[in-house]
Write a protein that binds this ligand. Structure first.
Ligand code: 6PG
Length: 243
């Protein structure tokens, strides 16, 4: 399938380039009078970008923290203090270092009687913020698993086929198994979608996605190939993944 790839020597260079582009999008969103809304990815790859972002002068960059709203694309169904929590990763790399108002931070809740209740709660939170149309974030960050999962949409998951609900509780073929994820109903709305992919362990899946027939991607075994966001889709790759 067609992939607009930006290849960088290493994760540091990838993260610095992504930060510059993120700040451009954020500045433009603020200039147009809105907040800058971003859906953060979990896993390890985006941590460097978040850390670099935390060290910038947001006001000078044109997107002061009181105009930035952080959302999450998926979450492991663990306590927010758990080492495996995507919220914890972003809090340690970014949130705890910047003067972003608490009301601008929108983590996926993981403290309900059942994960499905938290999925419904997050959808209600999104509706409260964006209204009743599936939201189009200004920017959404996505990672990629070696078998083609993205967010917490894993191969064979019914969540990939979801056409109504915005957030689902899913069982993932990864630890921890229980997760919450945005569904394609939301993920396909976004104006700017970036896949951040680094490391030699992603080389094979990148090659598989490159070889994915554009005409059959609707039936692709790789969830990352099944998403077709409305706006631009960029692949930020390090050389190890892109070879
Ligand atoms: C998660 C992520 C997941 C992640 C990929 C890549 O909760 O794990 O949202 O989709 O982005 O698994 O993870 P790495 O960046 O750690 O390789």
């Amino acid at each position: 399938m067609k992939m607009d790839e930006r290849v960088f020597d290493d994760l540091d260079a990838l993260s610095r380039a992504a930060l510059a582009e993120l700040q451009r999008i954020a500045r433009e969103a603020v200039r147009q009078g809105g907040p800058f809304t971003i859906a953060l990815a979990g896993g390890r790859t985006p941590a460097k970008l978040y850390s670099l972002w935390s060290q910038t002068d947001a006001k000078a960059a044109g997107a002061p923290w009181d105009r930035v709203h952080l959302f999450w694309g998926d979450e492991r169904y663990v306590d927010h203090h758990d080492l495996l929590s995507n919220y914890r990763m972003a809090r340690e790399a970014l949130v705890s270092h910047v003067p972003i108002p608490a009301e601008n931070i929108h983590p996926m809740p993981t403290d309900c009687a059942a994960p499905e209740d938290c999925a419904a709660e997050y959808e209600a939170n999104l509706r409260k913020f964006f209204g009743d149309k599936p939201p189009a974030f200004d920017l959404q960050l996505l990672g990629l698993g070696p078998e083609g999962h993205t967010a917490s949409l894993f191969p064979g998951s019914a969540a990939i086929e979801e056409r109504i609900r915005w957030v689902l509780a899913v069982e993932a073929a990864a630890t921890p198994h229980q997760r919450l994820t945005l569904t394609p109903v939301v993920l396909n709305q976004c104006r700017n979608t970036w896949f951040l992919v680094a490391g030699a362990d992603k080389r094979q899946i990148i090659q598989a996605l490159r070889g994915q027939d554009e005409n059959t991607r609707d039936a692709s075994p790789y969830p990352a190939a099944r998403l077709q966001p409305a706006g631009s889709v960029l692949w930020f790759l390090d050389r190890a993944a892109a070879l």
